[in-house]
Design a protein around this ligand. Structure first.
Ligand SMILES: *[C@@H]1O[C@H](CO)[C@@H](O)[C@H](O)[C@H]1NC(C)=O
Length: 149
């Protein structure tokens, strides 16, 4: 391989590995119908009292016509936030088999302390059949007075 190309490939690998957010499935042995490709957190770190968006790139093996998404946020294992949303609010329905992006936006309460949090997401279809269940970590930064102006 061309040396420059190889350097470029190494660079890409480095960049993507530093940005990748590790996703853990709730049940490693289960074959979920929906698998997660990538999680994007905007902004990262999340700012307390301001909207945070979680863009979840996923692949579904079957078409999804509806259902719900259950979100649990925990701080050092202590649940701080739970909510249930209609799947079709987070992604346009029906979801055809293949790639899709689920975009979840929420504002965490302004008293949420900065630190490391875990977000667990469960997706169910209309028949309450679990499509996927996974978790990942995200950070909440200190409230910046500068960005408030
Ligand atoms: C997040 O997903 C939404 C909906 O698909 C899209 O409009 C937005 O551009 C995405 N943001 C980023 C940073 O990928």
């Amino acid at each position: 391989m061309d040396r420059q190309l190889m350097l470029f490939a190494c660079f890409l690998l480095l960049v993507s590995s530093t940005q990748a957010i590790g996703v853990k499935y709730c049940d490693k042995k289960k074959n979920y119908a929906v698998t997660i490709q990538q999680v994007k957190i905007i902004p990262d770190p999340v700012v307390t009292g301001k909207p945070a968006t979680f863009n979840i790139s996923a692949v579904t093996g079957q078409a999804v016509y509806g259902g719900k998404v259950v979100i649990n946020v925990a701080y050092f294992g202590v649940p701080v936030h739970q909510e249930t949303r209609d799947v079709c609010e987070e992604v346009s329905c029906p979801i055809a088999a293949g790639d899709f992006v689920l975009s979840h936006t929420q504002t965490l309460p302004s008293f949420t302390p900065p630190g490391s949090y875990t977000l667990k997401m469960t997706m169910e279809d209309k028949n309450n059949e679990e499509l996927t269940c996974f978790s990942f970590n995200f950070k909440i930064g200190f409230h910046s007075l500068v960005s408030d102006s």
